[in-house]
Design a protein around this ligand. Sequence first.
Ligand SMILES: [Zn+2]
Ligand SMILES: [Zn+2]
Length: 402
Amino acid sequence: MAVQLKWPILGVIIPCVLIATIAYGSHYFVFRTNLTSTEQIVYEIFVCNLWLSYYLAIVVDPGSPPKNFTPKAGEWRRWCKKCQNYKPERSHHCKTCNKCVLKMDHHCPWTYNCVGHGNLPHFLRFLLFLIVGMIYVLFQLGKRVLHYYDNSDLPSYLIDKKEMFAVIFLLPVTFFLFVTIVVLFVRCMINLLFRGMTQIEVWEMERVDSQFHTERLWLQIRKNYFKLHGKEMPHLVSWNRTTRYYEVDESSSNIDSNENSIVPKDFTSDDIVFPYDLGVLSNMINACGYPWMWLLPWGGPRENGYHFQKNEFMSDDQLGLPWPPDGGHQEPAAPVDSDIEISDTELQDMPSLRRRLDPRNNMTRSEWMNDLGETLDDFGVDLEAEDIEHDDLVSKNGDVNN
Ligand SMILES: [Zn+2]
Ligand SMILES: [Zn+2]
């Protein structure tokens, strides 16, 4: 869940105090007497580098769309009511920064800045340097603990009490922070490398996946397809027919058995093409520059943040729609039928039944929450600016070829 601080400045003060306590506390009480001068100098240079990456993550602007930005053909026309400007693909309006942010990942309270297109490399470098620094501190503190253990029969006056208390205090604090940062870093890197997604796009994919069997989602997708291409959506076929989403007996399923259902029978959420996933190396290069730039303070993204390279699978994309396929627009849900009938066969197929009874099926995009309970609001997105009218999604005359 997202952290909301009463005084946002604490978001910067707390990490500064923690980093200073661990970095300088361990140096003053432990490293000063146990490391060589050269080791101490290298350590302090590393700490300076860590501060620099944190400073850059705070001050570097993730970037905003230029005034009078116009989406290209084949992109959603998403109008930001607050900026009075079109939003480029992958951008969102941040409620804290109060502006549209390019390729917005999330608003980070700990850098008091949005993480987005222009500063994602600084944010990732900051997390990486923190992790490397804390591994070193934990290793050195662990060595001292082993030393105390090996010399436990020594008289107490021969043990440096200040150093021992510092180790007892710093070790758990560093370990707790280390685990927290590793979880955040691994989550960001897996999504970036293997899926080419921002945190908001992962959330969006989970939403589309969770509502994939609903007529509600498909009504919107079909509407969008018609608006964009001027014809009905063709019959969709799974890339891999063995990955059937519904393994239920078709005669019993309310969804699959209905010939008139607008939910495609053989098309699964795995068949959706996420347009910006270009493969591990290209994902990393487009976001953070060439490999020799990754650790340098000036290493930045290769793309301009308004238009992004799409993968070759887009030509096979049967939905033929920009991301997300429903354009992020959802009509309010119809009243829920309180008398839901469940057949015996459905009881045999619990995953399908659970999906059908999921209360999130009827939630709008601004209400929907993932399995961790995160809503779009938790990533810092301004929901008022995000809410778009369907007619605005494609240009007024129903043609994006402007
Ligand atoms: Zn905006
Ligand atoms: Zn922000």
